[in-house]
Design a protein around this ligand. Structure first.
Ligand code: 8DG
Ligand code: MN
Ligand code: MN
Length: 382
């Protein structure tokens, strides 16, 4: 017997990690509206409210048909008074005045544009907003000093705000795969993030790198970056050691392999395959016309790529952690903590009751440890 079927009685689990959430669903207008309110709450640093709207939106994504009246919402979890009011308005008028108003607001539009710059978070964007900055172009006018990431973010703003396609992700998989194979034969890469969940576009491309022999992955990342830089394939890169925050949040343990977890936030210079005009055998255009306003493309595109290296013993946890969605991950951790007294990270799973780490070689094993039915990546689009 299925534990969470959707009958007329609207049985739905309140944990998104206990539901199947496909990419395509039936309530796009409503979920877009709730997600905009969630985003706006994030811009106002109201995390509780932002998560509440995300949870409400995720519930509608998991429904097996469109919501046509408030009746259809009966018995559904995570839909607070505010969310229901917004849904009601849209069902009655086609739009929600609050959503429209938010979307038109100076604050929302400025925050959207400013946080759209790579390297700019909500905190920075807010400081800039208070100083009167509204658009990326204002930064120069105001004489703002940018860090290296933000400077790259400005330089490639247009490309980076253009969605990455699945085809581009595949091209990058080929390149990263070649780099990894060249510096460490036997090392493997996996495409994670939104593309692993079946998305056709993304804001970046996420790769996980490991080697079947524990320890061989050490020092791999700087070598991969070196290989790529030698070939002029990177526009920006910054390697981060296992973050302090993550290390601090984690229950103390002596195992040293924790420190081997590394990641690199990069901007790739992705050479685009030339599509020759029909019947033409002309040589490719010379590269000088990059800025001339000729409307021609430079032949490459700046693309954000995240590279994460993990020891094989942590691979399943890293894979689960980097596949997302962000809300699905959050719900997994909430389930682990609140219902199982366990703590889950992209490194490991700790059982507080038994005071021990639970090993896992696959995502399936982690779900099993957590007492959850396995949800495949394509149904983690909460
Ligand atoms: P998109 O790029 O298509 O827009 O969507 P996405 O692929 O789902 O989002 P993402 O921002 O690229 O993040 C993918 C997953 O990676 C997400 O579930 C959360 C996770 N993730 C980060 N940053 C970090 C981090 O610093 N540590 C860990 N453990 N996970 C992270 O994005
Ligand atoms: Mn991604
Ligand atoms: Mn990412």
């Amino acid at each position: 017997p299925e534990p969470s079927t959707q009958s007329a009685g609207n049985t739905m689990d309140s944990y998104a990690c206990r539901r199947r959430t496909p990419l395509q669903h039936h309530n796009m207008v409503l979920t877009d509206a709730l997600q905009l309110l969630s985003e706006n709450a994030e811009f106002c640093e109201n995390e509780g409210r932002s998560v509440a709207f995300k949870r409400a939106s995720a519930v509608l994504k998991a429904l097996q048909g469109p919501v046509c009246s408030l009746e259809d919402l009966r018995g559904l979890p995570c839909l607070g008074e505010h969310s229901r009011r917004v849904i009601k308005e849209i069902l009655e008028d086609g739009v929600s005045s609050e959503v429209e108003c938010t979307q038109q607001s100076e604050k929302y539009q400025a925050m959207k544009a400013l946080t759209g710059i790579f390297g700019v978070g909500v905190k920075t964007a807010q400081l800039w907003f208070w100083e009167g900055i509204r658009r990326p172009a204002d930064l120069q006018t105001f004489g703002k000093k940018l860090n290296r990431a933000q400077a790259a973010g400005m330089l490639y703003y247009e490309d980076l705000s253009t969605p990455v396609t699945r085809a581009e992700a595949d091209l990058l998989q080929g390149i990263v795969g070649e780099a990894v194979g060249a510096v460490l034969p036997g090392a493997r890469i996996t495409l994670t993030g939104g593309f692993r969940r079946g998305k056709q576009t993304g804001h970046d491309v996420d790769f996980l790198i490991t080697h079947p022999e524990e320890g061989r992955e050490e020092e791999l990342l700087p070598k991969v970056i070196g290989w790529l830089e030698t070939r002029d394939l990177l526009l920006y890169q910054k390697i981060h050691k296992n973050s302090y925050l993550e290390a601090k949040e984690w229950p103390a343990r002596s195992a040293s392999n924790m420190d081997r977890f590394e990641r690199c936030f990069t901007i790739f210079k992705l050479m685009l395959p030339r599509v020759a005009p029909q019947g033409s055998t002309q040589a490719p255009r010379a590269p000088e016309a990059q800025e001339g306003g000729t409307g021609e493309s430079p032949g490459w595109k700046a693309v954000r790529v995240d590279l994460v290296v993990t020891p094989i013993s942590q691979y399943a946890f890293a894979l689960l952690g980097w596949t997302g969605s962000q809300l699905f991950e959050r719900e997994l951790r909430r389930w682990a903590g609140q219902e199982k007294s366990m703590s889950l990270s992209s490194h490991a799973l700790f059982d507080s009751t038994r005071r021990q780490y639970l090993r896992a070689a696959s995502e399936e094993e982690i779900f099993a440890h957590l007492g959850l039915e396995f949800i495949p990546p394509a149904e983690r689009n909460a």
